[in-house]
Each structure stands twice: as structure tokens, then as C-alpha cells.
Design a protein around this ligand. Structure first.
Ligand code: B4P
Length: 187
């Protein structure tokens, strides 16, 4: 079994690259952002609780995302998972290791992209898709929350030699090719 985490700040290309990797390696792609947006659009109990938090660009409670991921892992018959947007806190990272301990601990693929490029991509997506969290104020909030709460996970994975970093700038295909080269060495 191969379990991967695609990691990086908002706008780094996690969702974009995770889809391609999942298709090629036949992995289940789990995006907590997409799963939460689905809860919001269906106006479930969870959706109603997280809607305002997501619009502000803040992190949803660990307990909510941990439970969503737990259920997906338990129900998924697969060669492996690619986690996209999860984990985002140290508690989430530890929870994921517990859930996967009996299977295979995940390796982390980290996309490195400059702040200027991140802001450019997210603003463009805001104009094209109208996502409520892709406006200037929320983008800045998401980037600073990433620095404070999510980026420290890089040390957690590096210390355990489970971190692979890749240049996330360039075209989508160029980045994908860099990721493929790294993944070939794991397999
Ligand atoms: P996400 O959906 O994960 O939002 P994201 O960080 O912006 O990543 P996304 O995958 O969508 O964008 P990507 O970088 O691929 O989370 C949204 C919200 O949900 C969070 O703010 C939070 O509130 C909540 N949430 C989710 N998970 C959570 C968790 N675990 N704990 C707590 N809360 C959680 O792409 C961005 C854009 O760049 C796209 O338009 C893409 O087309 C473009 N792009 C990609 N690669 C490119 C390239 N190489 N060149 C040019 N453009 C590129």
C-alpha cells in the first residue's frame, strides 16, 4: 500500500496535482477542502457549522476533519490514498499516523511556491470560479494561518525522513513531471 500527502500553502497546486497522481497510481484522492465544500453545499449539520469558518479562511476544528478522514479510510478498499489539504495541524498529522499505522505511514510531497505566485493563482481562481474564500482579504488570512499552524508540519515529517520537497512553480505539467520522478524512486 502507498499513502501520500500532497502538502503546501493555499494555491500551491495540491488539488491540481493530487488528481493527476491519484489517476496514475490508482489511489483514492481525499481532499478535505472539497469534502467540506460538499457539506456546505448540501447544508448538512457539518456544513452549517463550518461555512462561516471557511469563508473567513480559518481552519475547521480538528475533530470534524479527523472524523471525515477516519470514515473515508475505513470505507476505502484501495491500493492507497493521496491526502490533499489534510493534515493541516500537528494534531491532524498525529491522528493520520494512528489511522494508517496498521497499513502504511504516509510520505509527504511538499510543493514549494513563492507568496507572490500563490496570491496570483488564488486571485485568478477567484475571478474564474468565484470561490468565496479566494478574495484578497481571505487569501492573506489563509496564507498567514498556513505559516502559523500548517508549515510547522514540515519539521515533523522531515525529522522522520518522510518529506520530499519539489519546486511547485512552472506549468502544471512541469510540476507533475518533477513529482513523478520523486514518486518513481519511492515505488
Ligand atoms: P482547500 O480546498 O484545501 O484549499 P487550497 O489550500 O486553496 O487548495 P486547493 O487544492 O484548492 O488549491 P490548489 O493549490 O490546487 O481548503 C479550503 C478551506 O477548507 C480551508 O481554508 C479551510 O477552511 C478548510 N479546510 C480544508 N482542509 C482542512 C483541514 N484539514 N483542517 C481544517 N480546515 C480545513 O490550486 C490553486 C489554484 O492554482 C487553482 O486555480 C489551480 O488551477 C492553480 N494552479 C495549480 N497549479 C498551477 C500551476 N503550476 N501554475 C499555475 N496555476 C496553477
Amino acid at each position: 500500500m502507498l499513502n501520500l500527502i500532497i502538502f503546501g500553502p493555499p494555491g500551491a497546486g495540491k488539488g491540481t496535482q493530487a488528481q493527476k497522481i491519484a489517476q496514475e497510481l490508482n489511489l483514492i484522492h481525499l481532499s478535505t477542502g472539497a469534502l467540506l465544500r460538499e457539506e456546505v453545499s448540501r447544508q448538512t449539520n457539518i456544513g452549517q457549522r463550518v461555512q462561516a469558518i471557511m469563508v473567513r479562511g480559518e481552519l475547521v476544528d480538528d475533530s470534524i476533519v479527523d472524523e471525515i478522514i477516519k470514515q473515508k479510510i475505513e470505507n476505502g478498499q484501495t491500493a492507497g490514498f493521496i491526502f490533499d489539504g489534510y493534515p493541516r495541524t500537528l494534531n491532524q498529522a498525529k491522528n493520520l499516523d494512528v489511522l494508517l499505522a496498521a497499513k502504511a505511514l504516509p510520505l509527504t510531497l511538499n510543493l514549494e511556491v513563492s507568496s507572490d505566485e500563490l496570491i496570483k493563482r488564488l486571485k485568478l481562481r477567484g475571478q474564474e470560479l468565484g470561490r468565496s474564500d479566494d478574495n484578497e482579504k481571505t487569501i492573506n488570512n489563509r496564507l498567514s494561518i498556513y505559516q502559523q499552524q500548517t508549515r510547522p508540519l514540515l519539521d515533523f515529517y522531515a525529522e522522520q525522513k518522510r518529506l520530499i520537497s519539489v519546486d511547485g512553480q512552472g506549468t502544471i505539467d512541469e510540476v507533475y513531471q518533477r513529482l513523478q520522478e520523486k514518486i518513481k524512486k519511492i515505488n
